[in-house]
Write a protein that binds this ligand. Structure first.
Ligand code: NDP
Length: 316
């Protein structure tokens, strides 16, 4: 495994992280979830991502249980707050009340004394960003969280928040967690440059487009029975990738990966890690063998020639 600093912070995270959305506490049974988390740790993954809202807190519980035998200082545990945790008006969003209450609730579910990285899962248009940042800063001062980050914030939102944090000498935001993969590249335009200027690193989610960038879904082919797309409790977002243009591009990229002696999943992750502002790519896994395959990406170096041939496949 290789490690990178998360943004301008002193925190080092594995280039591949393991996440738990739609998998642990949901589609993947607990024993297999634990086997995946243990396999990841054995392979040098130190960075684990979850959220309070994943299965109403069950993902945090499964993750905390699986990690409890490890030395806490060898782990970087990230979770998030924003999405509703109840029907009440204060059980959602980025108010001081919800952030502080959910931090305590996440700590209980994880069975941990502190969270390494606490992330605002989305921007809250209804709460002054100053209120959110001051609440996060208080949590850092109390030792309940060590660092704060955001997820899917726009360049303008990042700029506004980091400006306020600097002026008020608050603990800085160190990361943004956006979607990024060969199919969805919007962060290249503004989010990456603004993050670089302000010291945030990207920890990107769905780097394999939920499994589409492994090549297992073929244009006009059968959907594999044991896949996320075949399960109607987990296929709500992945189905948006199933248009012929996307699957044809993926199929060409699969041939390109094979020609270069690697799996498409490994090529897709190595391509993401070519970006210096990306600190880590958060994969999901429904079985340990997927993690074994995917982590090999950290040893792949893509040449300029390969990158330019890949651009031609991506933008015909
Ligand atoms: P990926 O793009 O890595 O997709 C993961 C899924 O792809 C796996 O569960 C598995 O599904 C399949 N897969 C992975 N590797 C292989 C392989 N080698 N061969 C075949 N199939 C494979 O990431 P996710 O979309 O799962 O997101 C990763 C994490 O990012 C989440 O767990 C979460 O922590 C975070 N996230 C954050 C969001 C946010 O808003 N901040 C939103 C979404 C995710 P299967 O075997 O079932 O087909």
């Amino acid at each position: 495994m290789k490690y990178r600093y998360l943004g301008n912070s002193g925190l080092r995270v594995s280039e591949i992280a393991l996440g738990s959305w739609l998998t642990y506490g949901k589609a993947v049974e607990d024993q297999t979830a634990e086997a995946c988390i243990h396999k990841a740790y054995e392979l040098g993954i130190n960075f684990f991502d979850t959220a309070n809202a994943y299965e109403g807190g069950q993902a945090e519980e499964v993750l905390g249980q699986a990690l409890k035998s490890y030395d806490r200082s060898s782990l970087v545990v990230a979770t998030k707050v924003f999405f509703p945790m109840g029907a009440g008006p204060n059980q959602r969003g980025l108010s001081r009340k919800h952030i502080i209450e959910q931090c305590d609730a996440s700590l209980k579910r994880l069975g941990m004394d502190y969270i390494d990285l606490y992330q605002c899962h989305r921007f809250d248009e209804n709460v002054p960003v100053e209120e959110t940042l001051l609440a996060l800063d208080d949590l850092v001062r109390q030792g309940k969280i060590l660092y704060a980050g955001v997820s899917e914030w726009t360049a303008a939102q990042i700029e506004k928040a980091t400006g306020f944090a600097k002026n008020w000498r608050l603990h800085p935001l160190i990361s943004n967690q956006p979607i990024y993969n060969m199919i969805e590249r919007y962060i290249e335009e503004e989010v990456i440059p603004v993050s670089e200027q302000n010291g945030l690193g990207q920890i990107v989610f769905s780097p394999l487009a939920q499994g589409v960038l492994t090549g297992k879904y073929k244009p006009g082919g059968e959907i594999p029975a044991d896949s996320r797309a075949a399960n109607e409790t987990t296929n709500m977002v992945i189905s948006s990738y199933f248009d012929e243009r996307v699957l044809t591009t993926v199929s060409k990229m699969n041939d390109f990966a094979q020609d270069h002696g690697m799996k498409l999943s490994q090529l897709a992750l190595a391509w993401i890690l070519r970006q210096p502002n990306v600190s880590s790519a958060i994969i999901g896994a429904s079985r340990p063998s997927q993690i074994e395959e995917n982590v090999k990406a950290v040893d792949i170096k893509l040449t300029d020639q390969m990158l330019s041939e890949m651009e031609q496949i991506l933008e015909p």
